[in-house]
Design a protein around this ligand. Sequence first.
Ligand code: C2O
Ligand code: CU
Ligand code: CU
Length: 539
Amino acid sequence: MITRRKFLERSSWAAGALAMNRNRLIPALSQAETHHPPAAAAAALDPNALAKFVDPLPYPRIAQPDGYRAAPADPHRKAPYYRIAMRETEAKIHRDLKPTCFWTFGSSAPGPTFEARSGEGIWVEWANELPGEHFLPIDHNLHGAEADQPPVRTAIHLHGAKVPPESDGYPEDWFVPGKSRLYYYPNQQDAAMLWYHDHAMGINRLNIYAGLLGTFFIRDDVEDSLHLPQGKAEIPLVLYDRMLTREGQLLYPVSDKPHAPWVPEVFGNAILVNGKLFPYLEVEPRKYRLRLLNASNGRFYHLSFPSGLPFHQIGTDQGLLQAPVPLESLVLAPAERADLIVDFSASRGEQIVLKNDAGAVMQFRVSGNLADDPSSLPAVLRTVPRIPEAEAVRTRWLTLDEYDNGVAEPILMLLNASHWKMPITEKPILNSTEIWTFINPTDDSHPIHLHLVRFQILDRQRYEPWTYQTTGKLKFSGPVVPAEPNEAGWKDTVRADPRMVTRIIVRFEGFAGRYVWHCHILEHEDNEMMRPYEVIAAP
Ligand code: C2O
Ligand code: CU
Ligand code: CU
């Protein structure tokens, strides 16, 4: 707390003024805006000046085990053991750029892809072999990133995994270069696309921006029985945006206050797919399964193909939807995943650009051959039983709060007006069901993520922020909007949209212990839109 107080004093804001500004509405931070001083902008590269679609899309390499070790609960079963080192690496992100320096798992960003079976646990040893200094701007005012903390720290979290607390990568359980952590992932959950990334307290946004992220697939028999496109026809697409210097190096923007470099959001103009800028992919005229992940710090994508191209969403963060949902465009918030089936069979010989709003992201080059397509797109995918609201033993009301310094510059973001270090307030009982209601008085959409669990979105409803702010009462001003069809499966991250109340229903299953919930806009998470929560073993 001392640091916080110092931070506020330095920003010449007394704690009292801050309290009065609670929930003060901050003007919309548009996605086009980048919060960096003009100096940084001048040094930045304009990616649109580069040739498009000159690099083939890379497929991340599949992680291979380095051995076997006894499984924790069953010493007779040997579980695959992987060792993944984090290193500084150089990578070509575009034909016409010099190699870019990244921090990666293994030797690439994204790191190696894990392929796991549901019910078959694996060990992963995450080894920090990074250099001793950070190459991106640390803000020592942020909680956990004080000047007396080591600059290079990593904590590795498998996002979307149901894991015991000691393997979850708690943000304070970080380790420095030369150290490692051995984690066990039981994989006792449905087929889904998970992802792993850094989670170190106070510098998570920098470590992920540097490249510390990768994908992790869990497969199961239900998925196998559907005969979805597989092998070369199943393609992970990991999207993240970056700003680059003229020399093609990562540029992480800073505020114009040298003592407080933190910026509230980062929107890069270079959108990388599997680590390449404007890649192309040669495909056959058949169905493909695209596994999308938004690994950006703060960017929401609004993706579309040219009109007329059939495109279905079959799965979301935590696995398959009940039935395919036809879409014309897709919104993907930070940390969300989408499992798509795209049918190129009517596009022989065409070149199809995947767009984010008006901008090109990548290109699919459909060959002119006749391809045979053994895959199918079944009408029913998996049963997703709705959790009845009546099952909830408790409803929690949780606010998403931004604080500014009086001139509309955000300086702090909290969950439920609580700092990370304050006592734990969310303590669900193991195997109980709760409704979590997020009240968002800000102008930002916050993608809220809970560790350990999967959940369902109940609904969203607009309310009057002014009434709430002045009286503390919720006055709804719009209809109850159910989850969109492509959100109606199992989720682990939910868009809490501005001036809306968003409700989710969660069964706290798996393990008791301490986890976290947070906004997945990484700048928000680091300052300090993240809270611990604890699942309590039933008495
Ligand atoms: Cu994607 Cu707490 O993480
Ligand atoms: Cu997570
Ligand atoms: Cu947020």
